[in-house]
Design a protein around this ligand. Structure first.
Ligand code: EPZ
Length: 427
């Protein structure tokens, strides 16, 4: 088990290069399946979820080479369309591989991905959209079999702007017969990037960045290269850490326009924020002010993935802040762990009411999900004393070299890879 040890109250100052986007990279990797050739992706982060996705692509027959931040995916020959059960169970986002598999092979077999700690996370919108496109779907004892005599373009309106469902339907539509129109589509930057990359591969997608995507099906794509965008959530997490600890930092490799909702909250709290062409600078030199109410919502609203790290930040800002989570039904798990550090937070369903304290204290806590783990890092950096964060593999799923980047900013943080024996002895 991996453990992070943090000695808090260090000011954070310096320069940081933002990793490639996790939620950008994963759909780009899935899209490579649509093309009987090679897709080269740059600025891909070395994180667990990318490695899990590579395992799935290789199980399908792809040849993947991943050096530095460049991932080459040769999908010329596929061995089938059945996703490996073990990896599907470990990574819910494997669900958006079924769209490209249907576009490529007219069939796919996967498994109910099951809920995860932040919510039940059903896939009904994914399956509903694919059924509109002439896909037969049977579900038996957790196995989902999908097949089509030919994907048919269709106009449809999503009941909710689901990111994954938009990505799945969009990728299936690239190779469908005729035109597909997706209304109430998700507009996250990761969707925009996926559309732009697919068009570079030879797809015909219009309405990029809007709520209505129009996809004219094509029969073939071609070899292409794409550079993945910076990770807006990782960047926002580092900004929250600097805000919580005090200091000044410049983050390179991030589009400020993807972060405006977070930057406005940080500015409201009293941080100074400066935006460059592909950089953001934050200065937090004065005591912060509370922000009365923050509500998560689909892009361009405040991102649900930043809800936990911001919860940690306002735990150390005197006054009351209320955070409303509107996307996932169980995304306040970190509250109990923050409580061990002295945070005063009450939750009732979708709302967390934070009564900010002057100082948190170090404690032994456990990461239970990716962004909750990141929140514990923010809290540990701001706390007085030493914090031990266990089960950091959750954090390693989405943050590349988190501790190395924070050390460069002046944090006192160490990653400890515990052997099984050490873990057992400590238990
Ligand atoms: C993507 O998940 C991200 N993951 C999530 O990031 C992110 O929190 C989420 O979008 C929202 O922005 C990746 O991109 C790999 P959704 P996704 O479909 O696609 C419900 C992280 O921390 N829903 O937009 O699964 C669902 O239960 C991760 O990096 C249905 O009801 O999100 C949720 O309540 C966590 N039926 C809401 O919609 C469906 O068929 C939003 O889900 C699909 C979704």
């Amino acid at each position: 088990m991996s453990v992070l040890n943090i000695r808090g109250r260090q000011k954070l100052e310096g320069f940081l290069s933002v990793q490639g986007s996790k939620n950008g990279a994963l759909p780009l990797m899935a899209a490579a399946l649509l093309h009987e050739g090679t897709t080269i992706l740059h600025n891909i982060p070395h994180i667990l979820d990318v490695h899990f996705m590579i395992q799935i692509l290789e199980a399908l027959g792809c040849i993947c080479t991943f050096e530095g931040g460049t991932l080459a995916i040769d999908a010329s020959v596929l061995q089938g369309a059945q996703l490996p059960r073990e990896q599907v169970g470990r990574m819910r986002s494997s669900i958006f591989l079924i769209g490209p598999l249907l576009g490529r092979c007219q069939e796919a077999v996967t498994y109910q991905p099951g809920g995860c700690s932040i919510g039940e996370r059903p896939i009904d919108l994914h399956l509903w959209g694919l059924r509109q496109m002439n896909v037969d779907i049977t579900e038996e004892e957790g196995t989902i079999c999908l097949s089509t005599g030919g994907l048919t373009g269709k106009e449809m309106t999503l009941a909710f702007p689901s990111v994954g469902a938009t990505e799945n339907i969009l990728m299936a539509a690239v190779k469908a017969n005729g035109t597909t129109v997706i209304k109430n589509a998700a507009r996250e930057p990761e969707i925009v990037q996926l559309c732009l990359c697919l068009n570079r591969m030879g797809a015909k997608i219009q309405g990029i960045g809007s709520k209505t995507l129009r996809i004219d099906g094509v029969t073939a794509l071609h070899d292409s290269e794409w550079t993945n965008q910076g990770d807006r959530i990782a960047a926002a997490t580092y900004l929250a850490a600097v805000a919580a600890c005090g200091g000044e930092a410049v983050l390179h490799g991030i589009e400020a326009s993807q972060l405006y909702s977070v930057l406005s909250v940080l500015s409201l709290s009293g941080c100074e924020v400066f935006c460059g062409t592909s950089s953001v600078c934050i200065r937090s030199l004065e005591p912060l002010r509370r922000v009365p109410y923050i509500r998560t919502s689909p892009f361009p609203g405040f991102p649900t993935d930043m809800q936990s790290p911001i919860l940690a930040l306002f735990s150390v800002v005197p006054g009351e802040t209320v955070i409303e989570e509107t996307i996932f039904e169980n995304r306040f798990q970190v509250v109990g762990e923050l409580g061990k550090m002295g945070a005063q937070i009450e939750t009732d369903g979708t709302r967390a009411r934070i009564c900010g304290v002057r100082m948190l204290h170090g404690a032994c806590v456990r990461a239970r999900d990716l962004r909750g783990g990141a929140a514990l890092v923010v809290a540990g950096l701001a706390a007085h004393g030493t914090t031990r964060i266990e089960d950091c593999s959750h954090i390693q799923r989405g943050y590349e070299d988190l501790e190395k980047r924070l050390v460069r900013l002046g944090a006192d943080i160490r990653l400890e890879e515990e052997t099984q024996t050490q873990s057992a002895n400590r238990a």
